[in-house]
Design a protein around this ligand. Structure first.
Ligand code: NAD
Ligand code: APR
Length: 236
């Protein structure tokens, strides 16, 4: 039996399946990931844009980086792989999606039980008074209309805590899962990278390149998420 057929069988046998996704889930939608050859961190030192220090001490570069990611997102849409995960939820084959992605594509494709562990680039707040503000104000480089503080996207910066409610719900689901499908993540950033190791259930990894945890799990398929999900879906 092929690895694709094995995973399709595992999905049909499981009564509680969780997907854990990363940036590799959205590259077929045209959004770069972070640590591949074409990833963001090959051209930009993440410490200069994706940290609290960058927000506080290098605001112009911080604002330009996230504004360009927001603009880039406008030309992109979820792909067939996002839609398949949403269909599996509707058909009872998938309980929830825990994602490191901030693009909102799982929800846009129809997934309802989505935990955004690294926040969302679709909304903006003031870093001083915490008020939710308009995305356009951030894109225009404006200050907070209420307190003149600096605006920032609702993403988790390195060094910040993950949002507690999505983290606790994802942790509970992973612990209860009979199957965890890890899709499009290098599993290099903690604490999310520890999640696959915390389930008692089976774990399958779908990733283009080897990940930091391939050796821990019995089913690892290297390939493109969208293509692999279509092949698996044709077996279900
Ligand atoms: P880390 O310092 O252990 O680095 C892990 C990986 O992330 C490394 O392989 C490196 O490639 C990359 N990295 C290191 N520093 C980075 C930075 N400043 N920006 C982007 N990538 C970086 O990372 P960590 O400190 O273990 O990450 C976990 C912490 O960061 C936690 O506080 C978590 O809440 C937060 N976090 C933020 C993001 C984000 O969206 N920027 C994503 C994941 C985690
Ligand atoms: N199909 C499958 N895997 C893919 C595809 C694809 N189409 N495209 C890329 N990949 C793989 C890459 O080979 C890589 O191993 O997805 C993985 C993406 O890993 P990263 O770029 O490290 O992204 P991610 O794991 O999501 O990063 C975690 O780090 O900087 C922070 O906020 C950022 O949430 C992100 C976190």
């Amino acid at each position: 039996m092929s690895e694709i057929q094995t995973l399709a069988r595992w999905i049909k046998e499981s009564s509680f399946t969780v997907a854990l996704t990363g940036a590799g889930m959205s590259t077929e939608s045209g959004i770069p990931d972070f640590r591949s050859q074409s990833g963001w961190w090959n051209n930009i030192d993440p410490a200069t844009v994706a940290t609290v220090e960058a927000l506080e001490e290098n605001y112009e570069l911080f604002q330009q980086f996230y504004a360009s990611r927001m603009q880039g997102l406008r030309a992109c849409t979820p792909h067939r792989g996002h839609a398949i995960l949403a269909e599996w939820e509707q058909r009872g084959f998938l309980h929830s999606v825990a994602t490191q992605n901030v693009d909102g594509f799982h929800q846009q494709a129809g997934s309802r039980n989505v935990y955004e562990l690294h926040g969302s680039i679709r909304t903006v707040r003031c870093s001083t008074c915490d008020d939710q503000t308009e995305l356009e104000d951030f894109l225009a480089g404006k200050a907070c209309p209420h307190c003149k503080g600096r605006l920032r996207p609702d993403v988790v910066l390195f060094g910040e805590m993950l949002p507690q409610e999505p983290w606790q719900r994802a942790l509970a689901d992973i612990r209860s899962a009979e199957l965890v499908i890890v899709i499009g993540t290098s599993l290099q950033v903690y604490p999310v990278a520890q999640l696959p190791l915390m389930t008692q259930g089976r774990v399958a990894i779908l990733n283009y390149e080897p990940t930091a945890q391939d050796d821990h799990f019995e089913l690892v398929i290297h390939g493109k998420a969208g293509e692999l999900l279509q092949q698996i879906n044709s077996q279900i």
